[in-house]
Design a binder for this molecule. Structure first.
Ligand SMILES: C[S@@+](CC[C@H](N)C(=O)[O-])C[C@H]1O[C@@H](n2cnc3c(N)ncnc32)[C@H](O)[C@@H]1O
Ligand SMILES: *[C@@H]1O[C@H](CO)[C@@H](O)[C@H](O)[C@H]1NC(C)=O
Ligand SMILES: *[C@@H]1O[C@H](CO)[C@@H](O)[C@H](O)[C@H]1NC(C)=O
Ligand SMILES: *[C@@H]1O[C@H](CO)[C@@H](O)[C@H](O)[C@H]1NC(C)=O
Ligand SMILES: *[C@@H]1O[C@H](CO)[C@@H](O)[C@H](O)[C@H]1NC(C)=O
Ligand SMILES: *[C@@H]1O[C@H](CO)[C@@H](O)[C@H](O)[C@H]1NC(C)=O
Length: 507
């Protein structure tokens, strides 16, 4: 397969300066009918990396360009215009020889190329996309406190714009003290959020730390930001892959969107769901019946043999369901961190405690996986990782999983038929698929060109039967998802629960 890197030469400048604004753009290009990223890259002499890096709105497959859209091709001072198209036989040395540039120059201008240059022929766009993704995550986490404090500052400004009589009345309620409490809670959250990214190696092989560090100062925001309203269903589509070769490029520049910040706030709430005592009732309601069904299905398997069963939990969120399955009910109390997940919106709050309530995490020691239990997390798209056996020849997926547990997951599909097909294929003979979740189709309102097939529950179940599943234990289970138990607004999902087995003889 011909893959394209547009190799830049002669320029080994850092890609890390100030925030990108319109005026920083060295060259622009207006998308024409039928354009592709590769075509633009080749015609305009701009590398895939540079094009992706500067135009963060372009999606992974570059399918969302629209005619008339203005792209920035390069940033003043870092606009590399000498490029080369890589063909399937190329290696870094061959490219360097052809362009007469040293290796260091090639690497400096194409930070997406990994150290041994083994990733130039594979899905160039994917790698650039992953890098941008990680850089965005780091930038978003880094700038959390600036954004959240700015949102709270808006309240302060509004307070001072009131007539002095009204100010006095609010003051007697302790309003200003409350705003200070919120600031402090945000700063505590920021400590936790920063601790997560303190070792960026968990995101990639890259050393993102230093670059990301300065980002916050640059990004002080004056404007207000969205006020997440306590019931945000996580729309994180989780396209992180573990093999991102990395660099800090972009961490200092990227300006997180409200959408990014909303995801971060959702993540804090997911910590409550998965890793706090507070989340226990929610977990009991959804993970509880799933674990019970799992034990029931394998009731005849001797206890010592159970650890040999292979259980897959796609879309595992922050991992608690998988952990619990491995855990066999051991619990250690280690409340190492304190977060304040409810301080981001003042709507539907009955009292100060509901707003400022600290949550201690974790309620169980994540490292306490029993010895002898193989436990691993795989980052990557479900369809990519489990849908094709050629993804990893050493690890075939077909018929390999004794149980597949999908919790609030199947509605992340663009085309659920494909999810069902994959689940059916990778389930081992005699295995069980256990599902619990609503049908909040994640891609329903997506503004990208991605497809979304939104079926009703009846249709999904009919498809399950037709694809060779036998559904059993069907029922509706009412449960919440990252619920603020003290909010005046609460969503309860009437989730669909079932266990399913492969019908013999069908595929
Ligand atoms: C609503 S959350 C549910 C998380 C967890 N199961 C729970 O119950 O808390 C959906 C999860 O699916 C993941 N996800 C979404 N699209 C995915 C995909 N195409 N492949 C793999 N995971 C995906 C998200 O990252 C997220 O962790
Ligand atoms: C790759 O190399 C093979 C054998 O050396 C050659 O036949 C082929 O034309 C080359 N392909 C390209 C795209 O240069
Ligand atoms: C865990 O995985 C290793 C390597 O894949 C394998 O040798 C071992 O048997 C597995 N252990 C269990 C309990 O399945
Ligand atoms: C899509 O938009 C409609 C209309 O605003 C809304 O009711 C629905 O909940 C949205 N779906 C998702 C998955 O967000
Ligand atoms: C559409 O989905 C993509 C991938 O998850 C996400 O980045 C984007 O923000 C979504 N857009 C909307 C409007 O939900
Ligand atoms: C969710 O919040 C409601 C109040 O809005 C509360 O009654 C309920 O107990 C909470 N559910 C869980 C599982 O925390």
């Amino acid at each position: 397969m011909l893959s394209q890197i547009f190799v830049s030469a002669a320029l080994a400048m850092s890609l890390l300066p100030a925030v990108l604004t319109q005026s920083d753009c060295a060259r622009t290009y207006t998308v024409a009918v039928g354009d592709t990223c590769n075509a633009i890259g080749a015609a305009q002499h701009v590398s895939n990396f540079q094009l992706n890096f500067v135009n963060t709105q372009i999606n992974t497959d570059c399918t969302n360009l629209f005619p008339g859209e203005e792209l920035c091709l390069g940033i003043v001072g870092q606009d590399c215009t000498t490029t080369a198209v890589v063909n399937s036989n190329d290696t870094c040395p061959s490219i360097e020889a052809a362009a007469r540039i040293p290796d260091a120059t090639l690497k400096a201008n194409n930070p997406n190329i990994n150290a041994d240059c083994s990733n130039i022929a594979v899905g160039e766009a994917d790698i650039a996309e992953e890098q941008r993704h990680f850089a965005k995550v780091i930038a978003t986490f880094n700038q959390y406190s600036s954004y959240a404090l700015a949102a709270n500052n808006r309240r302060r400004k509004d307070f001072y714009s009131l007539a002095s009589e009204d100010q006095r009345m609010l003051e007697r309620l302790g309003w200003k003290a409350k705003l200070i409490d919120i600031d402090n809670a945000i700063l505590e959250n920021a400590k936790f959020v920063k601790a997560i990214i303190a070792r960026p190696v968990i995101f990639s092989d890259a050393d993102l730390g230093e670059d990301a560090e300065g980002a916050e100062e640059q990004e002080q925001q004056g404007s207000t930001h969205s006020h997440a309203d306590g019931h945000t269903h996580n729309h994180d589509h989780g396209h992180s892959h573990s093999h991102a070769g990395g660099s800090g490029y972009g961490a200092g520049r990227y300006r997180p969107t409200d959408f990014d910040m909303d995801k971060l706030r959702s993540t804090l709430k997911q910590f409550v769901r998965d890793w706090s005592e507070e989340g226990r009732s929610e977990r009991d309601a959804s993970y509880g019946p799933m674990k019970e069904a799992l034990l029931n299905h394998f009731a005849n398997v001797a206890e010592g043999e159970r650890s040999k069963l292979r259980v897959l939990v796609p879309g595992v969120g922050l991992g608690r369901l998988a952990y619990d399955i491995a855990q066999l009910d051991r619990t250690d109390q280690v409340n190492q961190h304190t977060i304040y997940p409810y301080v981001h919106s003042l709507s539907n709050i009955p009292n100060r405690n509901a707003l400022l309530r600290p949550i201690m995490i974790p309620d169980a020691l994540p490292s306490a996986i029993p010895r002898g239990v193989n436990f691993s997390l795989v980052a990557g798209d479900f369809e990519e990782v489990y849908g094709t056996d050629d993804h990893d020849e050493d690890e075939p997926q077909t018929g390999q999983w004794n149980a597949i547990m999908t919790c609030f997951f199947i509605d992340t599909a663009k085309n659920v038929i494909n999810y069902l097909r994959i689940i059916h294929k990778i389930l081992a003979p005699g295995g069980v698929w256990i599902n619990l979740g609503p049908l909040l189709w994640h891609w329903e309102n997506n503004t990208t060109n991605d497809i979304s097939i939104e079926l009703d529950l009846e249709e999904v179940k009919t498809l399950c039967e037709r694809m060779g599943f036998k559904l059993e234990n069907e029922r509706t289970i009412e449960t919440t998802y990252t619920n603020n138990s003290q909010s005046m607004l609460g969503y309860v999902y009437k989730t669909a629960f079932w266990t399913a087995t492969k019908i013999e003889g069908e595929t």
